[in-house]
Design a protein around this ligand. Structure first.
Ligand code: APR
Ligand code: ZN
Ligand code: ZN
Length: 360
């Protein structure tokens, strides 16, 4: 028995998205159908729509979601109907070399649901990041569902992508510790989450760097102790001045450009850590004097999905939120409905919205 629900699809390269009727099959072995409660609009959804990720149109967009498990297929033990869950990009195998070494975010054998969701004429849909949650219901691999304490779905869903990437960059990849000084370059949703994560980890100084004063104002609300507008002030000099001449213990790059990678490299203290979260494009290159790479020591680490363990990190962050120790509400700028996704994409360019979240 299949179900018909409403969902937002990207029909072709650079074409506006539209709401269509989607056919969701019953869950097969190892799969689950989730009733979506909230799904944030992320840049990656726009990249799919622009054809910047691959050409497997039509896409069923949406991947930053929380919902309630409706039904599960054969052999599913991770979750049960009625569980409140946050969705993640890919179920991991639990057995490969990466999983065995406790780094499942590099799993060699990840998977999504095997059965396709389709349009009513049978055209298969490619779910964004294997999720496709701009839909009333979606089919995923059960391992993509993490049970979490019941909380506002618009907040829980944030953990499925950008906010987890930012918080995880600080606490998992950067290992920010009590008393550290941290600089965050680029204060969009991901950078702001890195700021919140740094505060959570007890950083003494959190220096926010951006080219837009409005972003710096929000960064301050989320816990930045100092702000630097890098259009007006050289950020390397500014970060050094704010850290007694040394540079930050941890610098988190959340833009994804050569000039900001370079700033991150030089804004850290000798032997400090640079965490790279911003995703560059294939043509970008970084040139650094090898003597600086050698002589400055420390480490350059990229952060993949905040190097998170969903089963450890999602419930933990929701607990902290429920206790009032991690304020995630400011990340939700507006709540919208399914038919407003295209408008939300347009708003991304104005820089006024951290997250538009589709509510069901
Ligand atoms: N220097 C400093 N800040 C910059 C610069 C620059 N040269 N260029 C842009 N910014 C700022 C923007 O003003 C904005 O506040 O970087 C921020 C980027 O934010 P968003 O566009 O909202 O992007 P976000 O969703 O936070 O993602 C940032 O992380 O996961 C990756 O793919 C993602 O590469 C992207 C990055
Ligand atoms: Zn995303
Ligand atoms: Zn694995």
């Amino acid at each position: 028995m299949t179900q018909h629900v409403r969902g937002v699809i990207a029909p072709g390269k650079d074409q506006p998205v539209r709401t269509e009727t989607i056919v969701v099959p019953d869950p097969g072995p190892g799969e689950a159908v989730v009733e979506v409660r909230a799904c944030g609009v992320c840049h990656t959804d726009l990249h799919y729509r622009e054809g910047g990720i691959n050409d497997d149109f039509p896409f069923l967009l949406g991947h930053e979601a929380a919902g309630v498990v409706e039904s599960v297929g054969e052999g599913v033990s991770e979750v049960a109907p009625g569980d409140f869950v946050v969705l993640n990009w890919r179920a991991v195998c639990g057995q490969c070399r990466a999983c065995a070494r406790g780094r499942p975010w590099y799993c060699f054998d990840t998977h999504n649901a095997e059965q396709p969701m389709t349009l009513t004429d049978g055209t298969p849909l490619s779910p964004a990041l294997g999720i496709g949650a701009f839909a009333e219901k979606t089919l995923v691999a059960a391992g993509q569902c993490t049970k979490v304490p019941e909380t506002a779905p618009e907040v829980a869903g944030l953990l499925g992508c950008g906010v987890m990437a930012g918080i995880g960059a600080a606490i998992n990849t950067g290992q920010v510790s009590r008393g550290d000084s941290v600089a965050v370059i680029g204060c969009g949703g991901v950078g702001d989450a890195a700021i919140a994560g740094s505060r959570l980890a007890g950083a003494a100084r959190v220096i926010a760097v951006d080219i837009d004063d409005r972003k710096l104002a929000t960064a301050r609300e989320l816990g930045a102790t100092h702000t630097v507008n890098s259009r007006q002030t050289d950020p390397i000099t500014a970060v050094r001045e704010l850290t007694g001449g040394f540079g930050a213990d941890v610098v988190i790059e959340a833009v994804g450009r050569p000039e900001t990678y370079e700033q991150a490299f030089y804004a850290r203290d000798l032997a400090g850590t640079v965490v790279l979260v911003g995703v560059p494009t294939p043509d970008m290159k970084l040139e650094l004097p090898l003597l600086d790479v050698f002589g400055r020591g420390g480490s350059l680490k990229s952060s993949w999905y905040g190097d998170c363990l969903p089963s450890r990190d999602f419930p933990m962050l929701i607990d902290l939120h429920r206790q009032g120790r991690l304020d995630l509400a400011p990340f939700v700028t507006e709540k919208i409905n399914l038919d407003q996704v295209e408008e939300a994409f347009a708003k991304m360019h104005t820089g006024e919205v951290l997250r538009s979240v589709v509510m069901f």
